[in-house]
Design a protein around this ligand. Structure first.
Ligand SMILES: [Zn+2]
Length: 281
């Protein structure tokens, strides 16, 4: 069933169990997340990034409609979120495409402009009943939540949340985007300090590069939303490559997309199971 992100995130924040959010690109990605959520009995957020929208010709509707239809036809609890939205025109399509939350990303802007743009995005989104995630830019010259080696200062984070009114905050604690090896270490002490000083749920981006035990420890220290994208693409592409290598004359895409979808389903189910198992405090 299609749920509201705010409800899944609030439930995860209250229980400390965390909520995983998976970036989707193709219909097979969507089906993999829905099937893994059904199989494990765990809720999940399906998220479509602005880059994925661009891949589909700049229109969010085809993939968003496929996602809400897949969620509506599933017993699993699924929500739709738009990820890394920089374009205000796309932000303004959040509600009509069936998403109940959006990450508005003005982190490329200088500090004060990021705060002003994010505050305006929040004002609009709250008027639509939407949940908003955002991230700090280069406050204090420490880099954004996506700069390798960057760390979010808890005081800066608390100020950003107070001045913008965001509902969740992406923080820099050691992970980075598009890692294909699972070797990232997280600063668990910093996560605990952020949890103590920031009044909204914390979001970890770039979680594909983080081992499951470390993700469980991050949840135990106060992280709530875990964004996972690259892991699906590693599974998808590995399966396609293996199938085509085995059958060089194959032309029917169903013959390589089916194993790719199965591989993504297994990877997503592993994540959902791992995150549902309590970590060390
Ligand atoms: Zn991100």
């Amino acid at each position: 069933m299609l749920c509201r992100s705010a409800d899944l995130i609030a439930e995860a924040h209250a229980s400390g169990s965390g909520i995983a959010a998976f970036n989707v690109i193709t219909l097979e990605h969507v089906q993999a997340v829905a099937e893994a959520a059904r199989r494990t009995g765990r809720p999940a957020i399906v998220q479509i990034s602005q880059n994925a929208v661009r891949h589909h010709g700049g229109d969010v509707m085809p993939l968003a409609t496929a996602t809400t239809a897949a969620a509506g036809g599933s017993d699993a609890r699924l929500a739709l979120h738009l990820d890394h939205v920089e374009d205000v025109a796309l932000l303004h399509r959040t509600a009509e495409c069936g998403a109940s939350s959006v990450m508005f990303d003005a982190s490329r802007l200088p500090d004060e402009e990021n705060i002003a743009a994010t505050r305006e995005a929040v004002r609009w989104a709250h008027g639509q009943g939407l949940f908003v995630e955002a991230e700090l830019g280069e406050i204090g010259g420490k880099g954004s939540a996506h700069t390798p080696g960057a760390r979010t200062d808890p005081g800066d984070a608390a100020r950003f949340v107070a001045e913008t009114g965001v509902d969740a905050l992406a923080v820099a604690v050691g992970s980075s985007h598009a890692m294909v090896s699972r070797t990232a270490a997280l600063d668990l002490g910093l996560i605990a300090r952020l949890r103590d000083e920031v009044p909204v749920p914390l979001v970890l981006h770039g979680s594909s590069g983080v081992p499951h035990e470390t993700l469980r420890a991050a949840l135990a220290h106060g992280m709530t939303k875990i964004n996972i994208g690259t892991l699906l693409n590693v599974s998808f592409t590995r399966a396609v490559r293996a199938t085509l290598a085995e059958s060089p004359d194959l032309v029917d895409p169903r013959r390589y997309l089916a194993p790719a979808r199965d591989a993504m389903t297994d990877a997503v189910a592993d994540c959902l199971t791992a995150l549902g198992t309590p970590g060390a405090r």
